[in-house]
Every structure is written in C-alpha cells, then in structure tokens.
Design a protein around this ligand. Structure first.
Ligand SMILES: CC1=C(CCC(=O)O)c2cc3nc(cc4[nH]c(cc5[nH]c(cc1n2)c(C)c5CCC(=O)O)c(CCC(=O)O)c4C)C(CCC(=O)O)=C3C
Ligand SMILES: [Fe+2]
Length: 331
C-alpha cells in the first residue's frame, strides 16, 4: 500500500453565480479556438440554471462522503474555477501534507480527461513552495466499484420506464465528444478514450444482463469550430436514427461523467429529452456515479493499490493544432 497522508479530489470546476459564468468559460476555452457563438450558447445554458453549475456542490458532497471512509484529510481543487487546485495545494503544504493521492473526476484516458489534469497537478505543485508529492490514482473506467454504481443507476432508470417497454428499451451510453485527432492520440498507443468508454459500456451492459449488440455508445456536448471533426454520432441525432429503426424506449447512461453536472442536466435532460419528446419516444436517464456507496468505497480501494506508474509524457498529448478557429479559417 502506498503511503498517502491525504487525498485531493481534482475536478473541472464550475460557476456558482451569474457573474462567474463568462470568466469561468474564458478559463475553460483559453487558447482553444472555441467560436464565440458556441460560448454564448453555453453561457445561456448556465444562465438558465441561475448561473450555477451543480458540479462544485457535487464535489463537496463527494468530499463529505469520502472523509469518514479514508482516515486521512480530504482536499478538493479545480482546474477552471474556485477553489483552484494551486490554492488547495498551498493549503496542503501549509498543513504539512507530504504525499497525497489525487482522485480525478474523470475515469479514463485522453487529453481532457487525463493529461490536462496531470498538467494541472504538475502546474500547482510547481507553483507552491514545499508542495507535497501528488500521485494521480489510476484510471477507473473498469473498476468494479464504478461499474456497480453505474449498473445500479441503469437498473433504476430502466425501472422508470413503463413496464411493457423495459425489455425492449435500448441502452444508449454517452460521453463527451472530443476532436477526432484527440481521440486518436489518447493513451500510450492511441484510441484509448473510446476503447475505455466501450469497455465501461460493455461491463455495465453485462452487469444489467444485456450483453452482445444490445447497446450503443454515442457522443454529446460537442464544442469547437464546425470545420473540425469531432466524434459522432451526437446523442440527439442518434435518437432520431433509433426512432426511424422502430425503437420506442431508450435509457441514456452517461458513463463519460461522474456527476450530474451541466453537460448532463442540460445536454441530456433538456436537449436529448426534448428530442425524445418530439419523436414520441420514452426516455429515462441513469444518474452518474455521484456519491453511490460503491463509487465512494472505490476511492479507498484505489489508494490501497500499489502506487500507479506515471504515464509517459508522450501519452494523451494535445493533438497538433488544427484546433483554433483562426487556423482553420486560414486553412
Ligand atoms: C472529455 C471531456 C470531459 C470529460 C472529462 C472530465 O470530466 O474532465 C469534459 C468535462 C466537462 N466539460 C465541462 C464544461 C465545458 N467543456 C468545454 C469544452 C470542451 N470539453 C472537452 C472535453 C471534455 N470535457 C473539450 C475537448 C472541449 C473543447 C475545448 C478544449 O479543447 O478543451 C466547455 C467550453 C464551452 C463548450 O462547451 O463549447 C465547457 C463549459 C464540464 C463542467 C460542467 C459544469 O460546469 O457543470 C465538465 C465536467
Ligand atoms: Fe468539456
């Protein structure tokens, strides 16, 4: 067992009042070439919920659930909004923490889901005098605790369908779309973002007694300039296709996220739900892992494992920039 004297939960961050929304979004997309129109659209999603993302409260709840189980102090810091990871690492140093495990609120490989968090951790450690050593726990996309939590929530979403629709309901797993180039460069030999999500989907489908071809993996929350290819199909287009194939009931299972934050409650519970209503389909949505007891106990299990090997600096790189709108426009 590695000797950690603290845990730090590392997350994305989100706005907590209307005036936070634009500065938060600017932090997220700095240097990323996300078109202005897309940003204003996303701003409206947040303002529709009073300028508050649920993600920070969800992190507070996870921290509160973890605290009594671990026997070491639990900290929390974000990439894009307060409490910023650098400030948190400052507090950890002041408290005398020497070696901490980092639990990132993203389960798999990829630039956005792994490399960027590793960079955040390295950046924070580099800026804080006397910072602790911080070891990022391994990817948990296939951990029995994550799978059990998602399977439990999938069963509950199936049970919300009318009884006569359950047996034929289609399981549709979703994750954040990313640029195709980013998906290709994920993991030590490429393709790991999608491959790991497929593994999660298959394990959850098996755990609820649906093996084989009986499910799909599709994408949501596409960003970026329209000229840049991102993973497809989009969840809403997929609902239309399923409807044309005669599917009448769908359970959405957002395996690409670990809490019901804005991408889930807007892109699925508003947009996808609207599409299903237009099509006259039955649609329910599985909760994300959140503070499911098996998900919470998984964190202690990960901390008890031998220390994971750091992935190589060449793993999950940000793909060579055709990313920015200006570059695309300039050809
Ligand atoms: C793979 C992935 C995850 C899953 C892994 C993880 O969980 O980390 C994730 C999570 C999240 N993404 C989030 C929010 C946003 N993501 C954006 C933009 C982008 N996401 C990307 C990827 C991912 N994102 C990418 C490639 C971009 C384009 C810009 C870039 O190349 O980096 C934008 C900009 C506006 C827009 O959507 O265009 C926003 C506001 C929130 C917070 C929600 C809340 O506030 O409740 C969360 C948890
Ligand atoms: Fe995102």
């Amino acid at each position: 067992m590695a000797n950690y004297d603290a845990l730090v939960v590392v997350s994305f961050g989100g706005p907590e009042k209307p005036d936070d929304v634009m500065p938060f979004l600017e932090n997220v997309v700095r240097g990323r070439g996300v078109p202005r129109e897309r940003l204003l659209e996303v701003e409206a999603h947040y303002q529709r919920f009073g300028g508050v993302s649920p993600i920070n409260d969800q992190c507070r709840e996870l921290v509160a659930a973890l605290k009594p189980t671990l026997g070491v102090p639990v900290y929390w810091g974000n990439r894009n909004w307060h409490p910023f990871l650098t400030d948190t690492v400052g507090r950890m140093a002041a408290d005398g923490v020497r070696k901490a495990a980092a639990f990132v609120t993203a389960a798999n490989a990829g630039f956005s889901s792994c490399r960027q968090y590793l960079d955040d951790i390295a950046g924070a450690v580099g800026q804080v005098e006397g910072a602790p050593e911080i070891v990022k726990l391994r990817h948990y996309f296939d951990h029995p605790g994550f799978i059990a939590a998602m399977a439990d929530h999938t069963e509950r979403a199936l049970a919300e369908l009318p009884a006569d629709r359950r047996a034929t309901a289609r399981l549709v797993f979703t994750a954040h779309s990313v640029p195709v180039t980013m998906a290709r460069s994920a993991g030590p030999s490429g393709g790991a973002y999608e491959a790991q999500l497929r593994a999660t989907a298959r394990l959850v489908a098996e755990a609820v007694g649906r093996s084989g071809q009986d499910w799909d993996l599709v994408w949501q929350s596409r960003s970026g300039p329209p000229q840049v290819p991102w993973l497809e199909p989009d969840v809403c287009d997929h609902l239309t296709d399923l409807h044309e194939d005669g599917v009448e009931a769908v359970v959405l299972v957002p395996i690409g996220f670990v809490s019901d934050h804005m991408e889930v409650i807007y892109d699925l519970d508003v947009e996808a739900a609207d599409r299903a209503r237009e099509l006259g389909m039955h649609l329910t949505r599985a909760a994300t892992a959140g503070t499911h007891p098996r998900f919470v106990s998984m964190v202690g299990e990960l901390m008890a494992e031998p220390e994971p090997l750091m992935c190589a600096g060449t793993c999950c790189p940000r793909p060579q920039r055709p990313q920015t709108a200006e570059r695309v426009a300039a050809g």
